[in-house]
Design a binder for this molecule. Sequence first.
Ligand SMILES: C[S@@+](CC[C@H](N)C(=O)[O-])C[C@H]1O[C@@H](n2cnc3c(N)ncnc32)[C@H](O)[C@@H]1O
Length: 247
Amino acid sequence: MTADDKLLPESPVAGLIPTLNKTGWMTEALDDYSRDFAEYAGKIGADGDESLDIGCAYGVATLAALAQGARICACDIEPQHLAILDQRVAPEDRSRYRSTTGTLPDVDFPPASFGAILAARVLHFLDGPQIETTAGKMFEWLRPGGRVYLVADTPYTGPWYVHAERYEQRKADGDPWPGFCDDYAALLPENTDPEGHPDFINPLDPDILERVCSAAGFNIIRAGFLSSSTPGARGNEHAGVIAEKPA
Ligand SMILES: C[S@@+](CC[C@H](N)C(=O)[O-])C[C@H]1O[C@@H](n2cnc3c(N)ncnc32)[C@H](O)[C@@H]1O
């Protein structure tokens, strides 16, 4: 066991670390788009541009980006996650790191603060209007030419996968938020106390992410399904979009 392992809560599931606020798990491996964020944030960090990792948990993406020279503002709704992340940051990276507690969609940052923003696996905890507000705020927070990286859980993962067919039908019928489940507590494994869990879950797909980013003013660079990279992954567990604010 490393010193870093002692900081993180024990996990019963390979590849995932439980959150302390019942908002699922942090992945131990980066998905493809989060890996791109880490590399891009590293590149623009050399020019002094700061990047935001929001919904960062214990910093799987923040630490990877810092290791590549990024300047990172790590933000999460849960201060206990940030307290752990603060201790995980390597001494040589600390001058390029800060953390702040904040809750989407209410949190605010000054306009044109960041060169890149990552929100990995947090947007599905928001309802449709909250996601649209968030995308609009991110557009403001980015400098012209800045990039947003959004990754969300899809209807094909988590305990809500049982509603995958319903999602497909609603999508075919034109529902703008076809994965929305207002019975999240009922989907939790047997013997799970629903107290403190989210009331709803809003799994997303690449089309939704593209639509929301386009409506906010972004140009889409790439969008698609992504693998969770956990044992047994089928490749459609996450949806992602990379988009750019016009220069
Ligand atoms: C499923 S974890 C994802 C962690 C990490 N980004 C990853 O990709 O593995 C969700 C994280 O988002 C945070 N979170 C949940 N709702 C949030 C909100 N409304 N605003 C900011 N952070 C939130 C949780 O505290 C948790 O750390």
